[in-house]
Design a protein around this ligand. Structure first.
Ligand SMILES: Cc1cc2nc3c(=O)[nH]c(=O)nc-3n(C[C@H](O)[C@H](O)[C@H](O)COP(=O)(O)OP(=O)(O)OC[C@H]3O[C@@H](n4cnc5c(N)ncnc54)[C@H](O)[C@@H]3O)c2cc1C
Length: 415
């Protein structure tokens, strides 16, 4: 039987009438035990694990825009755990293990696809660093291997591994359990799971000021009125310094634009993720066929969610050198997010000198992969009012003591 487009449209809308909202729309209550500021993946995951593991607390997530409208909905979704230092590797591996059971845990398909991630090396020094990182990963029980250029060519035939490029590929590290996930689904899944545990998810609610007296947090002034709370967790990615300033604090954070772009969709030709710190680009292919391409940060500080054309230009050139087969591919969209970077390329998960006020930020270019793990350890830190052991090394104090965890090598071009 044939249907006109109008009949199809009408039938579609009719069916939609029985659809339920994914989570209920709530107005803010006068007071909560815990308020999480920021409705990105990390904030929503924090609220979910808090509500699940510390029942009885009245919890809200306040989001100034819409759920997942920040970096969560803007990132290129690479998930991996192959960091160099024990502290970071353990935290990201904790997260990767949570990813592996996440769809079942929150009963929402986050489309976690473990298609593996290659980090390319183009110089002898790159290869030494790769070998060192792979060895460190293996010692930490994290899957990792070194792959030489011939084997890379066998596994990814469309990649140019010849000596004819500016920076010939010499080999790479490979993590097979790494991969990609669907970013929106992560935000929606955590929001729905948190709401099922009684969390109020409140959108269009911007925190404007903090009510602090006698060294304790008392509540928040928001665009939807005053909300009292004895514990507040700030999980506001690109705007962490803005929130910190409301409390009279200064974080060791710089906010930079980070850009990405996607091509028109095409048949599946790339079944893995390829990243290169040296040439500044990385690429994967989404399930619907677009090439997802990302860059390094724009070098200047900015709160603009756009970025400069020369960065896109530079990244496209690097990717085309690795994959000349894509030279005629058309780019569909480009965008930017604001990432909060720290001096050691590691996050801050920490209480502050103000009682009841906590920060979870500084994930820079690579926090998506940590979403469940970050939420889990931050929930514990707030719920117990005591750092989770995995979060301990990421305390703000490290910038006073000098106990930095320098992950610039593994964080690299981003992600
Ligand atoms: C282009 C790009 C590519 C990336 N690629 C990757 C990748 O491949 N892999 C990876 O691991 N990471 C990647 N990242 C980094 C990753 O997206 C971030 O580290 C991570 O998403 C940050 O945590 P979040 O999800 O909670 O932040 P966000 O989703 O940004 O959430 C913070 C929320 O706080 C809200 N907010 C801010 N101020 C206030 C206020 N005053 N009141 C109320 N709400 C407020 C914002 O509106 C926002 O929704 C990428 C980032 C970008 C921009």
């Amino acid at each position: 039987m044939k249907y006109s487009w109008l009949e199809i449209l009408k039938a579609g809308f009719k069916q939609n009438q029985s659809w339920q909202p994914t989570w209920p729309t709530k107005d803010p209550a006068a007071a909560y035990d815990v308020v999480i500021v920021g409705g990105g993946g990390h904030g929503l995951a924090s609220a979910y694990y808090l509500a699940r593991d510390f029942p009885g607390k009245k919890i809200a997530v306040l989001e100034k825009g819409w759920i997942g409208g920040g970096n969560t909905g803007r990132n290129t979704t690479i998930v991996r755990s192959n960091y160099l230092w024990d502290e970071a590797a353990n935290l990201y591996e904790h997260s990767l293990k949570l990813w592996e059971g996440l769809t079942a845990d929150i009963n929402f398909n986050v489309m976690f696809s473990q298609r593996g991630v290659y980090n390319l090396g183009h110089t002898l020094q790159d290869m030494r660093d790769i070998e060192r990182r792979v060895n460190a990963n293996v010692l930490n029980g994290i899957d990792a291997e070194v792959v030489d250029a011939a084997e890379l060519k066998r596994r990814i035939p469309i990649m140019d591994t010849s000596k004819n490029t500016r920076y010939p590929v010499m080999g790479s590290s490979f993590q097979a359990r790494a991969g990609v996930a669907r970013h929106d689904a992560v935000a929606w899944g955590f929001a729905r799971a948190a709401a099922k545990h009684g969390v109020d998810i409140i959108q269009n609610c911007e925190v404007k000021a903090m009510d602090i007296s006698a060294g304790k947090i008392k509540g928040l002034d928001t665009s939807r009125g005053y909300i009292a709370a004895s514990q507040v967790g700030c999980v506001t990615a690109g705007h962490s310094s803005v929130l910190a300033a409301m409390a009279g604090l200064r974080l060791p954070i710089e906010s930079h634009p980070l850009q990405a772009f996607v091509s028109e969709p095409m048949k599946q030709v790339l079944n893995t993720v390829v990243m290169s710190n040296a040439v500044h680009g990385y690429i994967s292919q989404s399930d619907k066929g677009d090439l997802v391409i990302g860059a390094g940060i724009d070098p200047y500080l900015s709160y603009s969610q756009r970025g400069s054309p020369h960065v896109v230009d530079h990244t496209a050139a690097a990717i085309l050198e690795l994959f000349p087969i894509f030279s005629r591919t058309r780019v569909n969209r480009q965008w930017g997010g604001i990432v909060d970077t720290t001096p050691d390329a590691c996050p801050i998960i920490s209480p502050t000198k103000i009682q009841g006020l906590y920060f979870n930020c500084g994930w820079g270019t690579g926090g998506f992969k940590a979403t469940p793990g970050s939420g889990h350890v931050f929930a514990h830190t707030i719920g117990e009012d005591k750092q989770h052991p995995l979060a301990e090394p990421f305390h703000l104090d490290r910038f006073n003591t000098g106990a930095l965890i320098d992950e610039h090598g593994a964080a690299g071009v981003a992600h």
